[in-house]
Structures are given as C-alpha cells and as structure tokens.
Ligand binder design. Structure first.
Ligand SMILES: [Zn+2]
Length: 217
C-alpha cells in the first residue's frame, strides 16, 4: 500500500472468499472479482488507496466441498470492524468491496457498528440483474475477462438452476451440496469474455456511484 498521509484519502479493500466454485472456476473467484473492482476504482479516483485484500470470508455453506476455507460471520465481522477502527487514524473513510454473498451478514454488522462509532464506511456487494447465484454464467464470464487462464472447461457443466428462493431453505440448513452436486448454482454455458467485460464495466460504475453517494455529497 502506497500512502501519502492525507486525511482526504479513502481506504478501499476487497473482501473475498476461499470457496468452491464448481469444477471450472478457482477457489479465489470472489476474491479476484472484488480485488479487480478495487483496482479499477483506484484507477478512476485518485483519493482511493487500496489496502490488503481479505481473502477469507464466511463460506460455511460450501464446506462440504474440498478446498473451502471459511472463517465464519462472527470472525469476519470482528476483523472488518477492527480494520475500520484502525483506519480511522489515517483515512477519512473505508470502502469494503465484497465478492461473496455469504459475507453480507458480517458486512451488515460492521456497518451498524461503524455508524454507532461515527466512522464513514461504505460496503459494496456486486449484484448482477438476472445473474445466477454461484459459479454460473455471470461469474464464469467475469473470470474469462479477468483471468481466462484460471477457467477450466465449462460447456458441459450444468448446475442447479431453480430460483434461489426455492432452494434457500435447504441451502441454509444443509449447505450447497444438498442442492447442487457439483457446487454450481446457475448455468455457466454460454459464458464469454465479451459478456464478462460488459459485466465488469457495469459493476465498476455501480461501485463508483456507491462511493460518490457516500463520500462526495
Ligand atoms: Zn462467487
């Protein structure tokens, strides 16, 4: 991290996960997406300073698949809260960019505490309209754009395509394996680098709007 001490700077950090992303995507998919968005935002706003990436998240629901490493909601919330407290001395505020939906509850707890303690915190979680939930077409396209070498053969892979609302109960109680044998929630077929490029541009502009709303007004 390269910081010229200035209280006008905003700290931006990626919060990812280390969890299965089907047979074709790397464990660090969420981390890579979040990190790339932070880097892009730093290119576009010179008051942002990128901090170290948090590459473990709350991924208990993926624990039945090998390679998944989760620190759980409580530990993640405690970690993020201490980062916000510590950043107070050097930055005017903090932006967390989370690449993993399962981190939402830890982010909400952190936001609540930050508000209470008077810290300027803004959390951004990419959401893709009409996108699939996990390791499907959206994430596969994004990875094809960001790191094509990291993407395995996916055209023969199908995941669980039922709407999330229908499978949520089983997913919460018994984990992803109970609803999808290969860990994919969605359908990666048809994913493309071009689609990934467009998605990434959309997410970047959503992130910038979120930051503007929080810090420029
Ligand atoms: Zn993911």
């Amino acid at each position: 991290m390269d910081v010229a001490a200035s209280p006008d700077h905003i700290l931006i950090m990626a919060v990812g996960s280390c969890e299965q992303h089907g047979p074709h995507l790397p464990l660090g998919t969420d981390t890579l997406i979040a990190e790339s968005l932070c880097e892009r935002a730093c290119d576009l706003r010179n008051d942002l300073v990128m901090g170290p990436t948090i590459s473990l998240g709350s991924s208990g629901e993926h624990q039945d698949f090998p390679g998944t490493l989760s620190i759980g909601t409580e530990a993640l919330a405690a970690l993020l809260t201490e980062v916000v407290r510590s950043a107070r001395r050097s930055f005017q505020g903090v932006v967390f960019v989370s690449g993993h939906g399962g981190n939402a509850s830890a982010l909400a707890t952190t936001e609540k505490l930050a508000r209470h303690e008077g810290d300027a915190l803004c959390c951004f979680s990419p959401s893709i309209e009409g996108g699939d939930a996990h390791a499907g077409r959206s994430e596969t396209s994004l990875l094809l754009w960001l790191w094509p070498e990291g993407v395995g053969e996916f055209e023969g892979i199908t995941g669980q395509v039922a709407p999330l609302s229908e499978i949520m109960e089983s997913l919460r109680e018994h984990g992803v394996k109970s609803v999808s044998d290969n860990g994919v929630l969605g359908d990666p077929r048809g994913a493309s680098r071009k689609e990934g490029e467009a998605l990434f541009a959309t997410l970047t502009s959503q992130l910038l709007t979120t930051i503007e709303k929080r810090f420029d007004q």
